[in-house]
Design a protein around this ligand. Structure first.
Ligand code: SF4
Length: 330
């Protein structure tokens, strides 16, 4: 999508889950979690991935790290395609790309001391020796602002915010170039969310880490992201730099998402767009534009033709017939 060499490039990713077989002929039912999703992430940048719950954002994150296998599409990491590669290539990639999950308590083993859990990736990937592990553990705890004595504790002995710091320390210990953060603060108290978000921002500046930051919270995404990709029912509908997206969202779904965030800005009055109803099921998504059943601007063409994700300005892409038509008219 851009002239710069990306750290990661996903192209045409598709993942459908077979749920169960239905009816007399036991036909399989497909849940279309991700459909034809393409984007890039550059070194040291944060790409926010937003959308309502169940839109497929987490599946995208899992596809990038090989935790799910795509039905179609490519993922190139540091210039190499990794889909369909052997286990050794995947392991090499997983040294450079880590994940931080939503619930830190689920991500940690309650029976194992936190120090051992932080250095576990070094052992799995056979990096360094016990002496260097001790130094890396001390450095990782320092980096995330935890006292050294946390290494001797167990998950239940520290707070939720500290648990997430431990998870981040474990993700950092291999010195990754990419971290996929899947709702990393949504399970935390509001009072500690800002601390963890600020920690992620500082670590990025210090280590030039790229993040795919998956969240339904636009306030957090706006704070941390350089660019934002908006997802609806398994597809990307808009990709733009943060300023453009929040100043002038082009896709009606993005407009509705942003309008729903309470902002003390009197100029935004009267622009509020209320989304009707819940998103349709990804098992049987609407024809044409998947947003047409909730879109206040839907036209007949929207029911018939899928709008492609087209360029709509510098470093900006939108999937909407109205935006494409406005661009084409003199
Ligand atoms: Fe709305 Fe049509 Fe644009 Fe879809 S393509 S967002 S239905 S105007």
């Amino acid at each position: 999508m851009t002239a710069m060499v990306p750290l990661l490039a996903a192209k045409g990713l598709r993942r459908h889950f077979v749920l169960q077989r239905r009816g007399l002929w036991q036909r399989p039912v497909h849940l279309r979690a991700v459909d034809d999703v393409s984007f890039e992430i550059h070194p040291g940048e944060t790409l926010g991935l937003v959308g309502e719950s169940g839109c497929g954002k987490s599946t995208v994150g899992r596809l990038l790290l090989g935790l799910e296998r795509p039905d179609a599409g490519e993922v190139a990491f540091e210039g190499r395609n990794i889909i369909g590669q052997k286990a050794a290539q995947w392991r090499a990639m997983r040294r450079r790309a880590q994940m931080v999950f939503q619930d830190p308590l689920n991500a940690l083993d309650p029976r194992i001391g936190l120090g051992r859990q932080i250095i576990e990736p070094l052992q799995i990937h056979a990096v360094g020796d016990p002496a260097s592990h001790a130094q890396r553990l001390a450095d990782a705890l320092d980096a995330v602002g935890l006292p050294q004595e946390v290494a001797k504790r167990y998950p239940h002995e520290i707070s939720g915010g500290q648990q997430q710091r431990v998870v981040i320390a474990r993700a950092l210990v291999l010195d990754p170039s990419l971290v996929v953060c899947d709702e990393p603060v949504s399970a935390l108290d509001v009072s500690v969310q800002a601390q963890v978000v600020n920690l992620l921002g500082r670590l990025q500046r210090e280590r030039n880490i790229a993040y795919l930051f998956i969240s339904h919270d636009l306030k957090v995404v706006r704070h941390l992201s350089h660019r934002v990709a908006v997802m609806y029912l398994g597809q990307l509908v808009e990709v733009a730099d943060r300023e453009s997206l929040f100043r002038e969202p082009l896709h009606p779904y993005t407009q509705a998402l942003i309008a729903a965030v309470p902002v003390p800005d009197p100029t935004r009055r009267g622009r509020r767009i209320l989304l009707q109803g819940d998103p349709p099921s990804p098992i049987d998504p609407p024809s044409g534009c998947r947003f047409h059943t909730r879109c206040p601007h839907a036209q007949p063409v929207c029911r018939e033709r899928v709008p492609p994700l087209d360029p709509a300005g510098s470093q900006r892409w939108v999937a909407c017939h109205l935006v494409t038509r406005a661009k084409e008219s003199p």
